[in-house]
Design a protein around this ligand. Structure first.
Ligand code: NAD
Length: 497
């Protein structure tokens, strides 16, 4: 069986812990690979390589850094299909969706190519007589990234290209469930000329994560994953004196007003709820139907849901693939059962789906639950699967109150033809990313991505200008080239003249 190892100092390094995790093909349910879990010593070796590489990478010219980034973008472009195939093989999402993930990750490499423009400092001349002030931003040193299973290429690319462009060196701990795509990203970075040790990968579990959080030579940590782990990462990283951004889970609401185009809204609800089997942190998991829209909208969503083609991600006719593991599939299915017991109407029940010739795959059909009580587990928890809840609200005010009472605040969307209502929603809703007739408002690479409340712990959103701010620290330099007349003793606090 193939073992996925670490990538340290620009080359593969075999794990020595004797501890391994399984990597499944979710479409067949078969374990096809295993992943070596890092020891503390292996994490230390990766950090040591990153620290040594920082000596020269941290001061490498912008020309040298961007030469690498442009070359890297070319290589990624040439290997899109290969990266997407690895994602499909280990995550299960359909190939076209995996290609979309690669493209969205490459946006950050493209942003990173513009780093000379982005890192231009500020200069004020003659703030006082013969005194100038310059503000510059410098890299932090060794940065760590810890990433989730659901975007095995894109989320690592939200982090390391920008961190490296800013002059840092990086240690990535990818999800142990689907690590091969990010491993290929590191190999391609090497081929593009990235010096050894600038980008390292340690495979692993809590042992590796905890060591990265405690390591004195790790200056900052970027994390994306579930809310309980995000909270833990933030607290532990702060305890060890590190800068941290920890993006957590979500429960994204899509508000549909009575004046919306309901066919368009139903199409978008289907795409956003069931794409990638609902395993997206920006998936729509709750539709809030306002006024008398509910019956017609639920009918339209149900009609579409029943026609979806579910099958292996390698089959071009599949629109949705399997879930990540058998346990996760069963847990997601249990929410459909519990919702029925807790008062919801099960309009479409996908729990009985069997996919021909793939009976052992981790497939689950799509489910649609209507009139879900806000006390039901299916409403209260992040399900992270192909289950869409519909909640009815009498008025816009009731709907916004419901959305704003959620503990999460990642993405949200409003569907309407009324510009005034949309404008009110933008200003009133408590979430980090808002769509107007756009169900999954993931910002483009040159804006930043992040949620509010339990969806993000830390002060910075990820990528875009916030990403650059996160991966650099400010320095302000006040300069004087004195004239002979500038001397003299004055014990007062410096003031300007
Ligand atoms: P997860 O929190 O289980 O795992 C994320 C990472 O943390 C993995 O690398 C994992 O190995 C590590 N980890 C897990 N348990 C740990 C522990 N006890 N101690 C230390 N490290 C640990 O998340 P997941 O299941 O891989 O991903 C799905 C979750 O990620 C969902 O909640 C989803 O909403 C969230 N997510 C959020 C965003 C966002 O941008 N806000 C994006 C993608 C995914």
């Amino acid at each position: 069986m193939k073992t996925i190892n670490h990538w340290i100092g620009g080359k593969p390094v075999e794990g020595t812990s004797g501890r391994f995790g399984p990597v499944f093909n979710p479409a067949t349910g078969a374990q096809e690979k295993q992943i070596a879990f890092a020891t503390v010593d292996e994490v230390d070796a990766a950090v040591a390589h990153a620290k040594a590489a920082f000596e020269s990478w941290g001061t490498a010219s912008l020309a040298k850094r961007t030469a690498f980034l442009f070359k890297y973008r070319e290589l990624l472009d040439a290997h899109r299909d290969e990266i997407a195939a690895l994602i499909t093989a280990e995550h299960g999402k359909v190939h076209s969706d995996a290609l979309g993930e690669v493209a969205r990750g490459m946006e950050i490499v493209e942003l990173a190519c513009a780093i000379p423009e982005k890192l231009k400092g500020e200069l004020s001349t003659q703030v006082s007589t013969r005194v100038d002030v310059a503000s510059i931003r410098q890299p932090l040193g060794v940065v760590a990234g810890i990433t989730p299973f659901n975007f095995p290429a894109m989320v690592p690319m939200w982090m390391f290209p920008l961190a490296i462009a800013c002059g840092n060196t990086f240690v990535l701990k990818p999800s142990e469930k689907d690590p091969s795509a990010s491993y290929l990203l590191a190999e391609l970075a090497s081929q593009a000329g990235l010096p050894d040790g600038v980008l390292n990968i340690v495979q692993g579990d809590k042992v590796a994560v905890d060591r990265l959080l405690e390591h004195p030579d790790v200056a900052a940590v970027s994390f994306v994953g579930s809310t309980p782990i995000a909270k833990y990462i933030q607290l532990k990283a702060v305890e060890h004196g590190k800068r941290v951004q920890a993006l957590g889970g979500a429960k994204n609401h899509m508000l549909v007003l009575p004046d919306a185009d309901l066919d368009f809204a139903a199409d978008q609800a289907i795409n956003a709820a069931y794409g990638s089997a609902g395993e997206r942190c920006m998936a729509v998991s709750v539709v809030v139907a306002v006024g008398d829209t509910g019956d017609e909208l639920v009918g339209k969503i149900a009609e579409r849901a029943k026609g979806l083609k579910i099958g292996p991600g390698t089959d071009p006719s599949s629109e949705m693939g399997p879930l990540i593991t058998r346990e996760h599939r069963d847990k997601v299915a249990s929410y459909v059962t519990s919702a029925a017991e807790q008062g919801a109407e099960v309009v479409v029940d996908g729990t009985g789906l069997r996919v021909e010739d793939h009976e052992d795959g981790f497939f689950l059909g799509v489910s649609l639950l209507d009139r879900v009580p806000v006390t039901a587990d299916a409403y209260r928890d992040e399900i992270f699967g192909p289950v869409l809840c519909v909640v009815r609200a009498d008025t816009y005010d009731d709907a916004i109150k419901l959305i704003n009472s959620s503990r999460w605040g990642n993405g949200t969307a409003i569907f309407t033809r009324d510009g005034g209502a949309a404008r009110r929603f933008q200003l009133e809703v408590q979430a980090g990313m808002v769509g107007v007739n756009v169900p999954i408002p993931v910002p483009v690479g040159y804006h930043s991505f992040g949620g509010w409340k339990d969806s993000l712990f830390g002060d910075h959103h990820i990528y875009g200008n916030d990403g650059i701010a996160f991966y650099t620290q400010g320095k302000v330099i006040t300069t004087r080239w004195p004239d002979p007349s500038d001397g003299g003793i004055n014990l007062g606090f410096p003031s300007h003249s």
